[in-house]
Design a protein around this ligand. Structure first.
Ligand code: AVJ
Ligand code: FE
Length: 442
């Protein structure tokens, strides 16, 4: 590309890396005792994430991209997620909080030098890819660290302005996405990760999708209608899990003696807001809710077609609203708020077919397992995506209030085990299209 393109990209990469570090600081400028504690066996101590972020940055930017000497080659093993499962990380001789912060700062200083001298000349650095990959990685851990904060007990450590409390629920409640092919995935988004590639045509039969995520009020109706007590609403596997884990409501919910629902969020217990999207449900709960409501979860191609397909041009957009970078008018992203906004709060973020809040607020469970697209090639490392294909994972789409915009777009794919619900996961309902009259002659 020309000099102008590279100049723009460098400044942009610098901002994205700085924003990631600001986020990391916000989440880790807490007492040492909170940083080294393991708040849940599902999560690492926050001090592990802090040095892991630095270690990943030096592996990819200092060593791989620039071919420079390791800043700290001696700690690679400690911060390799595949060598040590999360539950065992507190027992490792981890860097302490001050050493971890110094390590991250030292790597970052070196990276500024690497960024200004890179000619973006090879596959790893083209269009700034590997720098953006590292910014996305740090922000992904920023969301994971936020989930760790949600799991910890004790008085609040984080605060942010409330998410929008007023919205206009869109009509109609569902839209029809007509049958036809669309382009799924991408081959030309320079910062897309390997599992989003390549672009490929997918035929999607007609279906309906709700225009907003499922709300708390509706989820309470499911609970009150004995949704957690009726095995016929659940898959066999889901019902087994519901019994073993004794699920009776989304995580972090409690009901008082008068029957009112409360939820705990980042150390504050507040009345459940009826119009907020439900969050902290696992895939099995999402599936059971959908069956109770007479619908189903969207497949991954359905979700992406609803989010990206532009009927007028037949092309796929980067975001539901088009190509513009997400702003505060489009979506609740980036931990600006520490919770989802009410439904209908982001009309400017609607897709061309009128579906709202596909990006931001809560991750949406899809019915699909995490599998490679045809023509997938692991890049630049197998452990980002490839080793998870074929495992017991379901895909989530769209990002949450905890997701940064650098790690969120219409093609972005997240995945987790179907029992997980400490993530900021919610539900969007799909339906088969209403039967056309006279369809009986098929
Ligand atoms: C894409 C969110 C499933 O957190 O396990 C972070 C992202 N990969 N470090 C995860 C990731 C390596 C990943 N998810
Ligand atoms: Fe990581």
């Amino acid at each position: 590309g020309g000099g102008r393109q590279v100049t723009i990209t460098r400044a942009r990469l610098r901002r994205d890396l700085e924003r990631a570090r600001d986020r990391t600081r916000t989440l880790t400028e807490i007492p040492d005792s909170e940083l080294v504690a393991q708040h849940s066996p599902l999560m690492s101590p926050l001090v592990w994430d802090l040095a892991h972020i630095a270690n990943q940055e030096e592996r990819w930017l200092v060593r791989a991209a620039a071919g420079r000497e390791a800043v700290r080659g001696d700690v690679d093993g400690l911060y390799d997620a595949f060598l040590h499962p999360r539950a065992t990380r507190p027992d490792l001789p981890l860097l302490g909080p001050d050493d971890a912060r110094r390590y991250a700062a030292h790597v970052r200083e070196t990276v500024w030098d690497v960024l200004s001298s890179s000619d973006f000349g090879d596959e790893l650095t083209r269009d700034g890819f590997v720098f953006a990959m590292v910014a996305q990685h740090e922000q992904q851990h920023g969301e994971t660290m936020l989930a760790t904060h949600q799991l910890r007990d004790g008085p609040p450590l984080l605060s942010a302005p409330d998410a929008p409390r007023t919205g206009i629920r869109p009509t109609p409640e569902r839209v029809l996405i007509p049958a036809g092919e669309f382009e799924m995935g991408t081959s030309d988004d320079p910062w897309a990760l390997d599992n989003e590639r390549p672009a490929h045509p997918v035929y999607v039969p007609a279906f309906q999708l709700e225009t907003v995520p499922v709300t708390n009020a509706r989820y309470v109706e499911f609970i009150d209608d004995d949704g957690y007590g009726r095995p016929e609403l659940w898959s066999e596997e889901g019902w087994r899990h519901r019994q073993e884990a004794r699920l009776t409501a989304p995580q972090f919910w409690t009901r008082d003696t008068q029957g009112h629902w409360w939820r705990r969020r980042f150390g504050r217990t507040e009345p459940l807001h009826p119009d907020e999207p439900v969050v902290h449900v696992c895939f099995f709960e999402a599936e059971a809710f959908a069956r109770w409501a007479g619908g189903r979860l969207p497949t991954e191609p359905e979700w992406e077609k609803a989010a990206r397909w532009h009927a007028a041009s037949g092309r796929s957009l980067r975001y539901p609203w088009g190509e513009a970078e997400p702003g505060p008018e489009h979506a609740n992203l980036g931990q600006r708020h520490l919770g989802p906004a009410v439904v209908g709060a982001y009309p400017d973020g609607a897709s061309t077919l009128g579906v709202q809040q596909l990006i931001g607020d809560v991750w949406e469970w899809t019915a699909s397992r995490f599998e490679p697209y045809p023509g997938f090639r692991a890049f630049p490392y197998r452990e980002y995506s490839e080793v998870f294909f074929g495992g017991d994972y379901r895909v989530l789409r769209g990002g949450s209030f905890g997701t940064d915009q650098v790690a969120c777009r219409g093609t972005f794919r997240n995945w987790d085990h179907p029992i997980r619900r400490q993530i900021f996961s919610g539900v969007r309902l799909a339906y088969d299209p209403p039967e056309a009259s006279g369809a009986s002659d098929v």
